[in-house]
Design a protein around this ligand. Sequence first.
Ligand SMILES: C[S@@+](CC[C@H](N)C(=O)[O-])C[C@H]1O[C@@H](n2cnc3c(N)ncnc32)[C@H](O)[C@@H]1O
Ligand SMILES: [Zn+2]
Length: 283
Amino acid sequence: MTLEAAAGLLRCPVCAEPLALTSQGAACPARHSFDRARQGYLNLLRGPAPENADTTDMVAARVRFLARGWYEPMAAALSDRCLGETFAEAGAGTGHYLARALDDHPAARGLAADVSVAAARRAAKAHARMAAIVADTWAGLPIRTGTVDTLLCVFAPRNAAEFHRVLRPGGRLLVALPEPSHLAELRASLGLLDVEEDKDRKLEAALAGRFARESAWTSVRRVELSPAEVADLIAMGPNAFHGAAGRRPATAVEVTLALRVLVLRRLDPDPSAGPPARSPAAD
Ligand SMILES: C[S@@+](CC[C@H](N)C(=O)[O-])C[C@H]1O[C@@H](n2cnc3c(N)ncnc32)[C@H](O)[C@@H]1O
Ligand SMILES: [Zn+2]
């Protein structure tokens, strides 16, 4: 029962009081209760999943593609940069990167949060020390304040205020994002979405005041992908929502994989918490 990996980490999505794990799932002191699904995850969403939640087909494509190992250098880079013993991932998908980090950090436990039920089903089985919850990053994470040592966010929505809240003082945020040249060849030949220019700078602006950049890892390489791999790569990401699912080249193609990981440190205090207490004037 991997939900136990979330002990002491969850808070009620309704009233924000601590959630305690029970034999059925979890409950708060105000008696809001949430049943653990048969597949082992806990659904803490307060309504239906939004439209951009990954579907079962997208999740299956992601599982196949990630198993091919093309993103392994990034998985290793993320794992190498995890600190402490409590890891969480927002928009964790299948829990692939978190599971990789837990393999390398035997004393750590992990909490995978994703708005997609299909993804949470997979993540619940991804690792013996990983719990999976269904939660919307934009609605506020059902994670207790200051409990997370390292928070990962890989190609998923980033809520700076919430990331700041759940991390402990001095905690670490790892954000992975594509570089502008990522999959450039496919974008031209198969009409995929563009990677937003200047993503890095916009990200830092969004995190400013709450996080300071410590370092970055970048990898740009050209690899040869089979038509089936390209089809999965398209089907597992945002292009699947834009009519590109099912597109594939006739033969193997050379594709640029350009990935970046930003390593950020949580700053204290949170600027939205108001001005810091004034220290007495020195005289
Ligand atoms: C491109 S996938 C990345 C998944 C995983 N991090 C990986 O790289 O394998 C984006 C993920 O974010 C999730 N997602 C989208 N909107 C979300 C939200 N508001 N809150 C939480 N997860 C969200 C999707 O369901 C999907 O699993
Ligand atoms: Zn409650």
